[in-house]
Write a protein that binds this ligand. Structure first.
Ligand code: HEC
Length: 293
Protein backbone atom coordinates (compact mmCIF):
# COMPACT_ATOMS: atom_id res chain seq x y z
CA UNK A 1 0.00 0.00 0.00
CA UNK A 2 2.74 2.41 1.05
CA UNK A 3 4.76 1.33 -2.00
CA UNK A 4 1.88 2.07 -4.35
CA UNK A 5 1.47 5.44 -2.73
CA UNK A 6 5.18 6.15 -3.17
CA UNK A 7 5.10 5.21 -6.85
CA UNK A 8 2.06 7.39 -7.41
CA UNK A 9 3.71 10.26 -5.60
CA UNK A 10 7.05 9.81 -7.39
CA UNK A 11 5.45 9.78 -10.83
CA UNK A 12 3.45 12.87 -9.92
CA UNK A 13 6.75 14.57 -9.32
CA UNK A 14 7.41 14.83 -13.03
CA UNK A 15 4.45 17.18 -13.24
CA UNK A 16 4.59 18.93 -9.93
CA UNK A 17 8.20 19.13 -8.78
CA UNK A 18 9.40 22.44 -7.50
CA UNK A 19 9.87 25.15 -10.02
CA UNK A 20 13.28 26.76 -9.61
CA UNK A 21 13.20 29.70 -7.23
CA UNK A 22 12.32 32.88 -9.04
CA UNK A 23 14.81 35.69 -8.97
CA UNK A 24 13.48 38.19 -6.48
CA UNK A 25 15.85 40.95 -7.53
CA UNK A 26 16.53 43.95 -5.31
CA UNK A 27 16.15 44.08 -1.56
CA UNK A 28 12.61 44.78 -0.39
CA UNK A 29 11.20 47.78 1.44
CA UNK A 30 10.42 47.00 5.12
CA UNK A 31 7.81 49.81 5.32
CA UNK A 32 5.82 48.33 2.44
CA UNK A 33 6.49 44.93 3.98
CA UNK A 34 4.73 46.08 7.16
CA UNK A 35 1.64 46.81 5.01
CA UNK A 36 1.80 43.32 3.54
CA UNK A 37 2.18 41.87 7.04
CA UNK A 38 -0.88 43.92 8.14
CA UNK A 39 -2.86 42.61 5.16
CA UNK A 40 -1.62 39.17 6.16
CA UNK A 41 -3.27 39.50 9.58
CA UNK A 42 0.13 40.18 11.10
CA UNK A 43 1.39 36.63 10.45
CA UNK A 44 -0.18 36.33 13.89
CA UNK A 45 0.29 32.56 14.29
CA UNK A 46 3.95 33.41 14.84
CA UNK A 47 3.41 35.88 17.69
CA UNK A 48 2.85 34.70 21.27
CA UNK A 49 0.10 36.52 23.20
CA UNK A 50 2.68 38.35 25.33
CA UNK A 51 4.98 39.11 22.36
CA UNK A 52 7.46 39.80 21.01
CA UNK A 53 6.17 39.95 17.42
CA UNK A 54 7.31 36.96 15.37
CA UNK A 55 8.97 35.08 18.27
CA UNK A 56 7.10 31.86 17.46
CA UNK A 57 6.27 28.96 19.73
CA UNK A 58 2.51 29.36 19.36
CA UNK A 59 0.72 25.99 19.35
CA UNK A 60 -1.60 25.31 16.40
CA UNK A 61 -3.88 22.35 17.02
CA UNK A 62 -4.97 20.30 14.01
CA UNK A 63 -6.45 16.82 13.54
CA UNK A 64 -2.91 15.68 12.56
CA UNK A 65 -1.00 16.94 15.57
CA UNK A 66 0.09 20.06 17.37
CA UNK A 67 2.35 22.32 15.33
CA UNK A 68 4.40 25.19 16.68
CA UNK A 69 4.71 28.29 14.53
CA UNK A 70 8.37 29.11 14.15
CA UNK A 71 10.43 32.09 15.19
CA UNK A 72 10.44 34.48 12.20
CA UNK A 73 12.44 37.29 13.80
CA UNK A 74 15.92 38.28 12.66
CA UNK A 75 17.55 36.16 15.42
CA UNK A 76 20.46 34.32 13.79
CA UNK A 77 20.24 31.17 15.92
CA UNK A 78 16.52 30.65 16.42
CA UNK A 79 14.94 32.93 13.83
CA UNK A 80 15.53 33.60 10.14
CA UNK A 81 18.60 35.81 10.54
CA UNK A 82 20.87 33.33 8.74
CA UNK A 83 18.43 32.50 5.91
CA UNK A 84 18.96 33.87 2.42
CA UNK A 85 16.12 35.64 0.57
CA UNK A 86 15.83 32.62 -1.76
CA UNK A 87 15.44 30.30 1.24
CA UNK A 88 12.76 32.52 2.74
CA UNK A 89 10.94 32.71 -0.59
CA UNK A 90 11.04 28.89 -0.72
CA UNK A 91 9.55 28.60 2.76
CA UNK A 92 6.86 31.21 2.09
CA UNK A 93 5.69 30.25 -1.40
CA UNK A 94 6.91 26.71 -2.07
CA UNK A 95 6.82 24.99 1.32
CA UNK A 96 10.51 24.11 1.16
CA UNK A 97 12.60 24.30 4.33
CA UNK A 98 16.30 25.09 4.43
CA UNK A 99 17.26 21.41 4.56
CA UNK A 100 15.13 20.75 1.46
CA UNK A 101 12.34 19.00 3.36
CA UNK A 102 8.69 19.93 2.87
CA UNK A 103 6.86 22.13 5.33
CA UNK A 104 3.76 20.98 7.13
CA UNK A 105 0.84 22.55 5.23
CA UNK A 106 -0.26 24.13 8.51
CA UNK A 107 1.96 26.89 7.19
CA UNK A 108 -0.26 28.08 4.31
CA UNK A 109 2.55 28.23 1.74
CA UNK A 110 0.08 26.77 -0.78
CA UNK A 111 -1.92 30.03 -0.49
CA UNK A 112 1.06 32.39 -0.26
CA UNK A 113 2.26 30.67 -3.45
CA UNK A 114 0.35 33.31 -5.40
CA UNK A 115 1.89 36.28 -3.58
CA UNK A 116 3.70 38.57 -6.02
CA UNK A 117 7.49 38.72 -6.21
CA UNK A 118 7.41 42.37 -5.10
CA UNK A 119 5.20 41.64 -2.07
CA UNK A 120 7.30 38.62 -1.02
CA UNK A 121 10.45 40.74 -1.28
CA UNK A 122 8.94 43.46 0.93
CA UNK A 123 7.55 40.94 3.42
CA UNK A 124 11.01 39.38 3.74
CA UNK A 125 12.45 42.86 4.41
CA UNK A 126 9.82 43.31 7.17
CA UNK A 127 10.80 39.98 8.76
CA UNK A 128 14.46 40.93 8.65
CA UNK A 129 13.60 44.16 10.49
CA UNK A 130 11.85 42.36 13.38
CA UNK A 131 14.04 42.68 16.50
CA UNK A 132 15.72 39.33 17.23
CA UNK A 133 13.90 37.15 19.76
CA UNK A 134 16.03 34.53 21.48
CA UNK A 135 13.38 31.84 21.54
CA UNK A 136 13.93 28.28 20.36
CA UNK A 137 11.34 26.51 18.18
CA UNK A 138 9.66 23.62 19.98
CA UNK A 139 9.42 20.39 17.92
CA UNK A 140 6.02 19.60 16.36
CA UNK A 141 3.98 16.78 17.89
CA UNK A 142 2.77 15.05 14.73
CA UNK A 143 0.49 12.01 14.79
CA UNK A 144 1.55 10.67 11.37
CA UNK A 145 4.00 7.79 10.77
CA UNK A 146 6.30 9.54 8.26
CA UNK A 147 5.50 13.20 8.67
CA UNK A 148 7.90 14.72 6.13
CA UNK A 149 6.91 12.17 3.51
CA UNK A 150 3.27 12.88 4.25
CA UNK A 151 3.83 16.63 3.87
CA UNK A 152 5.62 16.05 0.57
CA UNK A 153 2.76 13.87 -0.67
CA UNK A 154 0.23 16.43 0.50
CA UNK A 155 1.99 19.13 -1.45
CA UNK A 156 2.03 17.01 -4.57
CA UNK A 157 -1.64 16.19 -4.29
CA UNK A 158 -3.16 19.37 -2.94
CA UNK A 159 -0.94 22.41 -3.54
CA UNK A 160 -2.48 24.02 -6.61
CA UNK A 161 0.00 24.97 -9.31
CA UNK A 162 0.01 28.76 -9.08
CA UNK A 163 2.21 31.14 -11.00
CA UNK A 164 2.87 34.18 -8.85
CA UNK A 165 2.75 37.54 -10.63
CA UNK A 166 5.79 39.83 -10.56
CA UNK A 167 3.59 42.62 -9.24
CA UNK A 168 0.16 42.32 -7.58
CA UNK A 169 -3.02 43.72 -9.20
CA UNK A 170 -3.18 47.37 -8.16
CA UNK A 171 -6.88 47.97 -7.51
CA UNK A 172 -10.47 46.83 -7.70
CA UNK A 173 -12.02 43.38 -7.52
CA UNK A 174 -8.88 41.74 -8.95
CA UNK A 175 -6.82 43.19 -6.13
CA UNK A 176 -9.46 42.03 -3.65
CA UNK A 177 -9.29 38.49 -5.02
CA UNK A 178 -5.49 38.54 -4.84
CA UNK A 179 -5.52 39.72 -1.22
CA UNK A 180 -8.25 37.32 -0.05
CA UNK A 181 -6.63 34.29 -1.70
CA UNK A 182 -2.91 34.92 -1.35
CA UNK A 183 -2.16 37.53 1.31
CA UNK A 184 -4.97 37.86 3.86
CA UNK A 185 -5.85 34.18 3.33
CA UNK A 186 -9.43 34.49 4.63
CA UNK A 187 -10.08 30.97 3.33
CA UNK A 188 -7.43 29.45 5.58
CA UNK A 189 -10.01 29.76 8.36
CA UNK A 190 -13.29 30.34 6.49
CA UNK A 191 -13.07 27.51 3.89
CA UNK A 192 -13.74 23.99 5.22
CA UNK A 193 -11.15 21.25 4.68
CA UNK A 194 -11.37 17.70 3.38
CA UNK A 195 -10.19 14.66 5.41
CA UNK A 196 -6.59 15.39 4.36
CA UNK A 197 -6.78 18.90 5.72
CA UNK A 198 -6.78 20.43 2.23
CA UNK A 199 -9.20 23.29 1.46
CA UNK A 200 -12.52 22.07 0.02
CA UNK A 201 -12.62 24.51 -2.86
CA UNK A 202 -16.24 23.59 -3.66
CA UNK A 203 -17.14 25.17 -0.29
CA UNK A 204 -14.97 28.29 -0.78
CA UNK A 205 -15.47 30.65 2.21
CA UNK A 206 -18.64 28.78 3.27
CA UNK A 207 -17.53 28.55 6.90
CA UNK A 208 -16.61 25.71 9.23
CA UNK A 209 -18.76 24.07 11.86
CA UNK A 210 -16.90 22.78 14.89
CA UNK A 211 -13.41 22.77 13.31
CA UNK A 212 -10.05 23.00 15.12
CA UNK A 213 -10.74 26.66 15.99
CA UNK A 214 -14.44 26.14 16.65
CA UNK A 215 -17.13 27.60 14.42
CA UNK A 216 -16.04 29.97 11.67
CA UNK A 217 -18.85 31.89 9.95
CA UNK A 218 -19.85 31.68 6.31
CA UNK A 219 -18.60 34.85 4.57
CA UNK A 220 -20.08 34.20 1.12
CA UNK A 221 -22.83 36.63 0.07
CA UNK A 222 -25.61 34.15 0.91
CA UNK A 223 -28.54 36.08 2.42
CA UNK A 224 -29.62 33.36 4.83
CA UNK A 225 -26.39 31.95 6.31
CA UNK A 226 -23.65 34.18 4.88
CA UNK A 227 -23.03 37.90 4.88
CA UNK A 228 -25.26 38.74 1.90
CA UNK A 229 -27.00 41.44 3.87
CA UNK A 230 -23.79 43.23 4.77
CA UNK A 231 -22.85 46.11 2.51
CA UNK A 232 -19.24 46.73 1.59
CA UNK A 233 -18.91 49.44 4.26
CA UNK A 234 -19.94 46.89 6.94
CA UNK A 235 -17.14 44.58 5.83
CA UNK A 236 -14.59 47.41 5.82
CA UNK A 237 -15.74 48.46 9.31
CA UNK A 238 -15.19 44.92 10.58
CA UNK A 239 -11.71 44.68 9.08
CA UNK A 240 -10.77 48.18 10.17
CA UNK A 241 -12.30 48.42 13.66
CA UNK A 242 -13.35 44.87 14.60
CA UNK A 243 -16.95 46.10 14.78
CA UNK A 244 -19.83 43.91 13.60
CA UNK A 245 -22.93 45.51 12.03
CA UNK A 246 -24.84 44.89 15.29
CA UNK A 247 -22.12 46.90 17.07
CA UNK A 248 -20.69 43.84 18.81
CA UNK A 249 -16.92 43.38 18.81
CA UNK A 250 -15.42 40.55 16.84
CA UNK A 251 -13.85 37.80 18.98
CA UNK A 252 -11.36 34.95 18.95
CA UNK A 253 -9.03 34.22 16.04
CA UNK A 254 -10.73 36.85 13.89
CA UNK A 255 -9.93 39.51 16.51
CA UNK A 256 -6.29 38.35 16.39
CA UNK A 257 -5.98 38.91 12.65
CA UNK A 258 -7.92 42.20 12.74
CA UNK A 259 -6.14 43.77 15.71
CA UNK A 260 -2.77 42.02 15.53
CA UNK A 261 -1.16 40.32 18.51
CA UNK A 262 1.14 42.00 21.02
CA UNK A 263 1.02 45.33 19.16
CA UNK A 264 1.92 43.54 15.93
CA UNK A 265 0.24 44.47 12.64
CA UNK A 266 -3.28 43.33 11.75
CA UNK A 267 -5.92 44.01 9.09
CA UNK A 268 -6.78 47.24 10.85
CA UNK A 269 -3.35 48.67 9.98
CA UNK A 270 -3.86 47.89 6.29
CA UNK A 271 -4.59 50.63 3.71
CA UNK A 272 -8.33 51.40 3.53
CA UNK A 273 -8.34 51.03 -0.26
CA UNK A 274 -7.13 47.44 0.15
CA UNK A 275 -9.85 46.62 2.69
CA UNK A 276 -12.38 48.13 0.26
CA UNK A 277 -11.01 45.91 -2.50
CA UNK A 278 -11.46 42.86 -0.24
CA UNK A 279 -15.07 43.89 0.51
CA UNK A 280 -15.81 44.46 -3.19
CA UNK A 281 -14.39 41.06 -4.15
CA UNK A 282 -16.32 39.20 -1.44
CA UNK A 283 -19.55 40.52 -3.01
CA UNK A 284 -18.63 38.65 -6.21
CA UNK A 285 -18.01 35.15 -4.79
CA UNK A 286 -20.61 32.39 -5.16
CA UNK A 287 -23.17 32.45 -2.33
CA UNK A 288 -23.21 29.06 -0.59
CA UNK A 289 -25.27 27.52 2.16
CA UNK A 290 -23.43 26.08 5.14
CA UNK A 291 -23.44 22.43 6.09
CA UNK A 292 -21.62 20.09 8.38
CA UNK A 293 -18.60 18.47 6.71
C1 HEC B 1 -7.16 33.01 11.73
C2 HEC B 1 -8.48 32.62 11.21
C3 HEC B 1 -9.24 33.66 10.41
C4 HEC B 1 -8.81 34.39 9.32
C5 HEC B 1 -7.45 34.35 8.64
C6 HEC B 1 -9.94 35.19 8.91
N1 HEC B 1 -11.00 34.97 9.73
FE1 HEC B 1 -12.78 35.91 9.64
N2 HEC B 1 -13.41 34.94 11.32
C7 HEC B 1 -12.69 33.96 11.98
C8 HEC B 1 -13.45 33.51 13.14
C9 HEC B 1 -13.04 32.44 14.14
C10 HEC B 1 -14.63 34.28 13.16
C11 HEC B 1 -15.75 34.25 14.24
C12 HEC B 1 -15.45 35.35 15.22
C13 HEC B 1 -16.48 35.49 16.33
O1 HEC B 1 -17.12 34.50 16.66
O2 HEC B 1 -16.61 36.62 16.88
C14 HEC B 1 -14.58 35.15 12.00
C15 HEC B 1 -15.56 36.06 11.66
C16 HEC B 1 -15.59 36.80 10.48
C17 HEC B 1 -16.70 37.62 10.03
C18 HEC B 1 -18.02 37.82 10.78
C19 HEC B 1 -19.12 37.07 10.09
C20 HEC B 1 -20.37 37.01 10.88
O3 HEC B 1 -21.36 36.52 10.30
O4 HEC B 1 -20.39 37.41 12.05
C21 HEC B 1 -16.36 38.13 8.81
C22 HEC B 1 -17.20 39.02 7.93
C23 HEC B 1 -15.03 37.67 8.52
N3 HEC B 1 -14.59 36.86 9.55
C24 HEC B 1 -14.34 38.00 7.36
C25 HEC B 1 -13.01 37.65 7.14
C26 HEC B 1 -12.26 38.12 6.02
C27 HEC B 1 -12.78 39.03 4.93
C28 HEC B 1 -11.01 37.61 6.16
C29 HEC B 1 -9.80 37.86 5.28
C30 HEC B 1 -9.52 39.25 4.99
C31 HEC B 1 -11.00 36.79 7.37
N4 HEC B 1 -12.23 36.84 7.93
C32 HEC B 1 -9.90 36.07 7.83
C33 HEC B 1 -11.44 33.48 11.64
C34 HEC B 1 -10.63 34.02 10.65
Amino acid sequence: MVRVLLIVLASGCVLACDAPPSALGDAGDPRRGAEIAALGGGCGCHTPEAGPVGAGGVAIETPFGVFYASNITSDVTHGIGAWTDAELEGALRRGVLRDGSTEAPVMPYHLYAGMSDADIRDLIAWMRALPPADRENPPHEVWLPFPRLAFWGWKLLFAQPIVAPAVAPAAGVERGRYLVDHVSICGDCHTPRNVFGAPDTSRYLAGVIDGPIGDVPNITPDDAVGVGEWDEADMVALLQDGMLPDMDNIQGKMADVVEGIAEGPGYFDAPTADLEAIAAYLKTVTPLGQRRP
